[in-house]
Design a protein around this ligand. Structure first.
Ligand SMILES: Cc1ncc(COP(=O)(O)O)c(C=O)c1O
Length: 399
């Protein structure tokens, strides 16, 4: 058996074993979405693992903007932005993102994954040093690997370790630090004020991925700098546009010079097609809605506090972070999958997360609440999850 076949078989065997036990929950074909509810195979399920934190999927103003763009520009572009694929809509989208994030300019790629890979690999050269948190998103890791720079990963949120890594960098090396604002599988925040200090002391640029903080943290959902009362603390701002913003794509925002450089030197911009016009229009409309309807952010945080408090009261090991991502760690894959089964049987759509998405032996349910839920729905998810935890985890400890 070739190495290719061995790898493919290993995955197929793992999936088949889980499917055989009725514990496979991935790739469910959602047929319709209605607020916090999704229809799968004709069954309505209450979403408890959604990234649409502000509940903006289906918002009438955003949907109307996308429809208008479709009618005016069509379904696609004429290829890459640098050649025939640019539209005034793309330029307006980037100006809107720049205004929302308090940056001079922005550039949008066709996914958040690409934005990280493209920007990090375009900025860094072989003689440079990049320092990351070990829980940073995979797209950050891939950008660092592709860059060929010296790549250092430090313990999670260990600011002293960031400092040590920067101090050890060769004198002539340019230094970049890249972190998630909110860690996507754990829902906790980077200690941004302390990290900014360290970066300034060592002349390092700081890049922050706001995929899970845009629309969530800070005044009117402006993000982590606003949350900590900081201004101009981050050199390279990044976010996916497919979570609180119900579209697709990912941006890098920063100085006009940085953005002009990325538009000519980052390969995923130069060699990959533009975002479809309807998606660009949805981004502009969504940022307008986020600014105009701050009650959505307030409602989200109300739900976050309510959900976390209910789980803590039921004895689940849940922290009090101010984010909608609530990991419920079972350790092994089976516990996470059995809790997902219990919830699915009660029409709650929650997903188990296992390695390699998280480190081995830290398998979990990655629960979320959103502004689309009602309080009763938040309570219903918390009650079902607490009951599932009581039923499944003692069996695991005994086993
Ligand atoms: C922290 C973080 N960065 C980047 C990405 C990639 O974004 P996208 O899904 O738009 O490619 C994700 C999405 O999963 C993410 O969670």
């Amino acid at each position: 058996m070739s190495a290719f076949e061995r790898r493919i078989k290993e995955y197929a065997d793992r999936a088949a074993a889980v499917q055989g036990e009725g514990l496979y929950f991935y790739l469910q074909p959602v047929e319709a979405v209605d607020g916090a509810w999704a229809t799968v195979d004709g069954r309505r399920k209450l979403l408890a693992s959604s990234y649409s934190y502000l509940g903006l999927i289906g918002h009438p103003a955003i949907a109307a903007a996308a429809h208008d763009a479709l009618a005016r520009y069509g379904t696609g572009t004429h290829g890459v932005r640098l050649l025939a694929g640019n539209t005034d809509l793309h330029d307006r989208m980037e100006a809107r993102i720049a205004a929302f994030t308090g940056s001079e300019a922005s550039v949008v790629y066709s996914s958040g994954y690409l934005a990280n890979v493209a920007a990090i690999s375009a900025l860094l050269g072989r003689d440079d040093v990049v320092v990351c948190d070990k829980l940073d998103h995979a797209s950050i890791v891939d950008g660092c690997l592709l860059s060929g720079a010296q790549f250092v990963r430090v313990a999670h949120n260990d600011i002293a370790a960031f400092e040590r890594a920067l101090r050890r960098a060769p004198a002539r090396a340019s230094r970049l630090v890249v972190v998630d604002a909110v860690f996507s599988m754990d829902g906790d925040l980077i200690d941004l004020p302390a990290l900014v200090e360290v970066c300034r002391r060592h002349g390092a640029w700081l890049m922050v991925d706001e995929s899970h903080s845009l629309g969530v943290l800070g005044e009117r959902g402006r993000g982590i700098e606003s949350h900590f009362g900081l201004r101009d603390a981050v050199d390279v701002r990044m976010s996916s546009l497919s979570k609180s913003v119900p579209s697709a794509g990912g941006y890098i925002a920063g100085s006009a010079r940085l953005v002009a450089y990325l538009k000519h030197a980052s390969r995923a911009f130069v060699f990959s097609a533009a975002l479809p016009p309807a998606s660009a229009a949805a981004v502009i409309a969504a940022l307008d809605v986020i600014e105009a309807e701050p009650q959505r952010v307030a409602r989200l945080h109300d739900h976050v506090r309510r959900f976390r408090a209910a789980l803590q009261a039921a004895g689940l090991p849940v922290r009090s972070d101010p984010t909608p991502i609530v990991p419920v760690i079972t350790g092994d894959d089976e516990g996470a999958m059995r809790i997902a089964r219990y919830l699915d049987d009660r029409d709650i759509f929650a997903l188990p997360i296992v390695s390699p998405a998280v480190p081995p032996r830290t398998s979990r349910l990655r629960m979320t609440v959103t502004a689309a839920h009602t309080r009763e729905e938040v309570d219903r998810i918390a009650a079902a999850l607490s009951a599932a935890w009581r039923e499944v985890t003692p069996a695991l400890t005994e086993g």
